[in-house]
Each structure stands twice: as structure tokens, then as C-alpha cells.
Design a protein around this ligand. Structure first.
Ligand code: UDP
Length: 432
């Protein structure tokens, strides 16, 4: 039910050139403290979405630094992902609740995972990602499992309170809880061992290392884009929270004033745990089929092995990059585009607010008309685009590269061990 994703280590030295020496030092000393300890990550998909994106770089970099670490992915039946996508939507604030049958599917599968597999994997610290496996927390045999760090990657700024209440007992069981932003920490958990760790990107991955603009244009032309005309792009799963409808509407407003503009929406994330994507892709395709300047790309249009290069090309050579989300846990696509010198126009929500300094390294927008207005401005003012893009890249280099994130995770692992040790002492002391 769990399978391991295999990676070879990658050398860490090339990263040091992008980092402050103090960060490199911190990282090396934390790695030394973890010697002999095995850190295991678990999530629910090996491809697609931000968590998989992070882990497929974090694991090889960690191994390159000498850490003993691995990543396991669960492979449950499809109905489990229908339920966990619903849970994801509820946690981000959708209305509704789980039916008794859905609740049963959720807890049964997680229970099987706890009983059958967890104990078979050797680990000194577990890092569990997102809500998919939370019910397992209540089922693990007490004290017979290593310290657990639970990481929440979703936007909890306005959650469905019933849903949150039904999992908060499980969240509490984790030794350390990690959120991307302080504002996501649910009421009542503030005092518990909570760490705030915003995500980050791998600056040297295939997706993020520099691509020559001419190469990027050749790749975009091969995807049907007329590279002589302006292009607005959003790279995102076809997900309601990414507001694909708002993206199309903003483009249509711009098109009235600038008829030559084109739109690309890349949603070829191949995410196994997002069954909703295909439905939304088909809906938007039907709504936009009369406009040949709207280019939508789903899983079937871009094979998994070329997705990174295609995403890189569009993030590198589009004239404007959007991330018009209405909820966004963090938004790695924003970081990726900023790293490529793009001043992103992003929804004024969640992790996007943390990343974009409005008017300096990009624009934050509250609605479709404002989004359209910012698109027009960036299309009409190439010098502004260049200077804001420079600020965007600097900001990512200083705050959102993966080695900083790894350092923060290692601190969270140390803390989880400390929390567990204190708990054990309290347990062992007579009279407590
Ligand atoms: N992504 C991709 N292909 C696509 C759409 C998205 O590879 O067609 C990647 C994107 O580059 C980013 C990740 O999927 O690395 C999405 O992470 P983000 O945090 O933006 O959103 P999430 O999908 O986790 O909500």
C-alpha cells in the first residue's frame, strides 16, 4: 500500500553558490546532528501539485548532504482520492460536509495504512504531508512509533469549521505541526508545538534552471503559440481555487483592448490525487472552444516526461504570468515564475501575499477587472516589467530556495524529537 520513490543523491555544492554562507553552515550543522537518524516523508501522490514537486527535489538534495531519508507514497483505491479532494476543498472553505460513507472511506483506508504498513518502515522521524493520512494518527500504537511532524500545505485562512473540527484531534496528535503561514494556524492550536515554514523551489531543477529565451519560444511555438504576439499564461491544476474562470474573463477584457493577445493555461499536472481536474478542464474547454487564441493544456496534451520543460518555457517567455487564485496555500507556481524574472499578477490571498510585494515584485489583485487592468499595464510597459521582474528574482533568492526549507524541516524534526522526549519523561514520572 506504500511504495518508495527512488532517488539518487545530488551534489549540494552547486547550491552553495546561490546561498548566504550562514545558511550553508546552519544546514551542515543540523545534518551532523541528525547523523544516524532516518527521516521518512509520506504523501499521497508522486506527481502533480506542490507537495510532490517539493519532495522530488528535497529528497535527492537531502541525500546529497548525507541525510538518511526516503519518500513513501500511498496507493489507495480511486474512491479514497475522491474523498480526500473533497476534504481538501472543505479545509480551504468549501461548504458541505462528508457523508457517513465518505467518512468511512477516509478512516478505513488510513486505518489499514496504520496497521499494515507504517510499522514495517524503519524511521526515526515521520513527516506526514496534508490531511490524507491524518486519521492514522489516532490509530498508531501509543509510543510504538517515532516522533511525527505533520505538514499542512493548504490555505486554512477560512476553513469549513465542521471539517476542521473533525480532524483537529488528529492534528493535535502530531508532535510538531507545520503550516506555511502564521494565519493558517487553527484556533486552539496556537500554543501547541507549531512551526511556520513557507515552501520553496529547487533553483537547479529541470523546471527552474535558466532556459534560453529562444529555446523557450521554440517550445511554445511547438505548442501552438504565436510567439510574435503577446501571451498571458497561468500554470495551475484545473482547480476551482485557482480560478480558471476568472483567468479567462480577465483575458477577455484585455482582448477587447488588445486583440492580438493570447492566453495559455497549463494544467497538465498529472496529479493522481486530483480527480476534479479533468472535469473542470472539459468544462472550460467547452466554454472557450470558439476562441483559437485560448490555449488550454491538460494531462493528455503534455506527456509527464516533458511537463517540466514546457512549464519552464512558458514561465520564461510569456509576456505576463498570472496566478489568479482565490485560495492558495503557498503557490509554488508564483515562486517558479518570479525566479525566472517574471512579475507575477496574483490573487490577493494566502501564500501569494507572502511572496509578492504589490507594485514592487508583482501585483496583487482582488478581482477580475483589476487583474485585466494589471495585465494591460505590464503588456504596455516592458521597462516596468523588467525592473519588477528583477525584484521578483532577488526576493526568491533571499527567501524561497529549497536549502532554507530543508534547514527549517530539520529544525522541526529536532523539535519533534524534543517534544516526544518531554512527553515520555512526563509519562515516566510518578505522580504526573
Ligand atoms: N505544475 C506542473 N504542470 C502543470 C501545472 C502545475 O508541473 O501543468 C506544477 C507547478 O509547476 C508547481 C506545482 O505543479 O510546481 C503546483 O504547485 P502549487 O503550489 O502552485 O499548487 P498546488 O497544485 O500544490 O495547489
Amino acid at each position: 500500500m506504500f511504495h518508495r520513490i527512488e532517488f539518487d543523491p545530488v551534489p549540494f555544492k552547486p547550491y552553495t553558490e546561490l546561498l548566504e554562507p550562514s545558511l550553508v553552515e546552519d544546514l551542515r550543522s543540523l545534518v551532523a546532528r541528525m547523523e544516524g537518524e532516518r527521516i521518512i516523508h509520506v504523501n499521497s501522490t508522486a506527481v502533480g501539485g506542490g507537495v510532490a514537486e517539493i519532495l522530488r527535489s528535497l529528497i535527492p538534495i537531502s541525500k546529497g548532504l548525507g541525510l538518511d531519508t526516503d519518500w513513501y507514497v500511498v496507493s489507495p483505491p480511486a474512491e479514497f482520492f475522491d474523498v480526500t479532494k473533497k476534504i481538501h476543498n472543505l479545509m480551504q472553505g468549501a461548504e458541505g460536509s462528508l457523508t457517513p460513507k465518505e467518512r468511512h472511506t477516509y478512516t478505513t483506508y488510513a486505518g489499514q495504512a496504520a496497521n499494515l504498513d507504517f510499522s514495517a518502515i524503519e524511521a526515526d522521524v515521520w513527516i506526514l504531508h496534508d490531511p490524507q493520512l491524518l486519521p492514522m494518527m489516532a490509530l498508531l500504537p501509543e509510543d510504538a512509533y517515532p516522533p511525527i511532524v505533520w505538514v499542512c500545505h493548504i490555505d486554512l485562512s477560512a476553513p469549513n469549521l465542521d471539517m476542521l473540527a473533525s480532524v483537529s484531534g488528529n492534528i493535535r496528535e502530531a508532535d510538531v505541526k507545520v503550516f506555511s503561514l502564521q494565519q493558517y494556524v487553527p484556533a486552539g492550536l496556537e500554543d501547541a508545538s507549531v512551526e511556520i515554514i513557507p515552501p520553496a523551489i529547487d533553483p537547479l531543477s529541470v523546471k527552474n534552471r535558466p532556459m534560453d529565451v529562444d529555446e523557450a519560444r521554440i517550445r511554445m511555438a511547438a505548442m501552438g503559440i504565436d510567439v510574435a504576439r503577446p501571451l498571458v499564461t497561468q500554470v495551475s491544476r484545473f482547480d476551482p481555487w485557482k480560478d480558471p474562470w476568472g483567468v479567462v474573463e480577465a483575458y477577455r477584457i484585455v482582448k477587447q483592448q488588445m486583440p492580438q493577445v493570447q492566453l495559455a493555461y497549463l494544467g497538465a499536472s498529472h496529479a493522481a490525487d486530483d480527480p476534479e481536474g479533468k472535469v473542470i478542464f472539459e468544462e472550460i474547454s467547452a466554454q472557450t472552444k470558439d476562441d483559437p487564441d485560448i490555449h488550454l493544456y491538460g494531462d493528455a496534451d503534455i506527456p509527464l516526461e516533458s511537463v517540466d520543460l514546457v512549464v519552464s518555457a512558458f514561465q520564461t517567455a510569456s509576456d505576463v504570468v498570472l496566478q489568479k487564485s482565490v485560495r492558495e496555500g503557498f503557490g509554488l507556481t508564483v515562486t517558479e515564475a518570479m525566479w525566472k524574472g517574471q512579475p507575477v499578477i496574483g490573487g490577493n490571498v494566502g501564500g501569494i501575499r507572502l511572496q509578492i510585494s504589490d507594485g514592487e515584485s508583482g501585483f496583487l489583485v482582488n478581482d477580475v477587472p483589476q487583474c485585466a487592468q494589471r495585465i494591460l499595464r505590464l503588456l504596455q510597459e516592458p521597462e516596468l516589467r523588467a525592473s519588477m521582474g528583477e525584484a521578483a528574482r532577488t526576493s526568491v533568492r533571499q527567501r524561497f530556495l529549497l536549502p532554507r526549507f530543508l534547514r527549517d524541516y530539520l529544525k522541526a524534526c529536532q523539535e519533534a524529537k524534543a517534544v516526544r522526549a518531554i512527553g515520555a519523561m512526563a509519562f515516566d514520572t510518578p505522580g504526573t
